[in-house]
Design a protein around this ligand. Sequence first.
Ligand code: NAD
Ligand code: UGA
Length: 361
Amino acid sequence: MKKSVPDKNDSITIIGCGGFIGSHLIDRLLAATSRRITGIDLASDKITRHLGNERLTFKKIDMHDIASVRPYVEQGGTVMLLAALCNPALYNTRTIDVIDVNCIGTIPLVKMAAEAGARLVYFSTSEVYGRTAASLAGRGDDVEQCLLREDQSPFILGPVQAQRWSYACAKQLIERYIFACGRERGLNYTIVRPFNFIGPRMDFIPGIDGEGTPRVLACFLSALMRGEPLKLVDGGRNRRCFTYINDAIDACVKLLERPEAAKNQVFNIGNPANETTIAGLARLMIRLWRRQVPGAGQAAVEEVSAARFYGPGYEDSDRRIPDISKARKALGWEPETGLETALEVTIKAYIDQYRPTLRKE
Ligand code: NAD
Ligand code: UGA
C-alpha cells in the first residue's frame, strides 16, 4: 500500500514546546489531531511521556542558534512561537536576558518565518496593555471602561527605571515587528495575548524543582504545601482574569483550524468571568486546599510590599479584563471553566505531582 505523504501545511513547529502552554498544546495536538509536530526547547521534562510518539520530533536547541532552528522553520506549515522568559520576578532582576529572549532573540525567528512563507502564531501577553487607562483615570471600578480591546486599547507602561515593564515592552516591540512583516513582507501571522493561564504543570515549586520566585499560583501552592503564610504583594489588591489552560488550548486549536479567520489578527485569550483580586485568589485557594488535604490547618496570609517581594523597579498592572468578542466571533471560542473548578483541578494535580517529594522532606 502507498504510504500517505504528510501535507506540509499540517506540520507544526513549536518553539518553546517544553513549557507550561507548550506541553498542554502537545497533549492536545497529539490526542485530537493528526498533525506532525517538531518541538524545540531547552527542556523536555514536561513532555517526557510523549517523546516516543512518532508524530513528535523533539529537538533540544537554543532558539538563539539560528542555523539549527532554520531547517524546521523552512519546512513551512505553522510555526508557533512560545519560547520566553515570562516570570515577573525576572523582569527587574534579569532585564537584559528578558529583553534578549523576548525581543532581540525572537526577531530572527520572525524574519525566518516570513522568508520561509510559514504561518506564524506568536504568543504575546496581556501585559502589553500595561496599566488600564480607565483605572489610571480613577474609573477602575467600571468594568465596561476597563475592558481591553486588541485593536483599540493603548499600551501604558511606566518609566525606564520601572524595569517590570521590560517584558511588556519587549513583547510589544515584537508585536509591532510582526505586524510590519505582515504589511511589508507578506507574513501570515496570528498574535495571541494570553490572560493569566493557569493549570497543572504551570511553574516550579521553589526548592524542589526550581529556584527563585515563580508566578503567583505556584507561590501560593508552595506556601500551602509548606504550611507557610501566603504573601500578598501590596495587600493583594490587584486583579487578574485567570484562564483555565484547557479553555486556552481550545482557542489555540480553533485558530489553527481557522487560518483565514485568524490571518493577521491579534486575539485576547482570557476569561473575563474569572476576575478576582489576588487576596480573593488566596482565600479561595486556602479553602480548596483544606477541602483536598484532610487535616490541613487554616493557612495565614501576610502582606508584603512589592519592593520587598520583587526588589526595586517593580510596578504592577492593577486590573486587566479581556474583551473577547473578537475571538468569539472569528474563532467561535468561549471559555467555559470557572475559577473554582480550574483551581480545584490544578491543586489536585500539584498535590499528586509533589506529594512523594514532600513526604521525603
Ligand atoms: P514557560 O516558561 O512555561 O515556557 C517557556 C518555554 O520557553 C520553556 O520551556 C523554556 O525552556 C523555553 N525557552 C526559554 N528560553 C529558550 C531558549 N533560549 N531556547 C529554547 N527554548 C527556550 O511559559 P508559558 O507559560 O508556557 O508561556 C509560553 C508563552 O506564552 C510565552 O511566550 C509567554 O510569554 C506567553 N504567555 C504566557 C502566559 C501564561 O499565562 N502562561 C500569559 C501571557 C503570555
Ligand atoms: C504574568 C506574567 O508576566 C506572564 O507570565 C504573563 O505574560 C502575564 O502574567 C499574562 O498573563 O499576560 P502577573 O499576572 O503580574 O504577570 O504575574 P503573577 O506572578 O501571576 O502575579 C499576579 C499578581 O499576584 C501580581 O499582582 C503579583 O504582585 C501578585 N503576587 C504574586 C502575590 O501577591 N503574591 C505572590 O506570592 C506572587
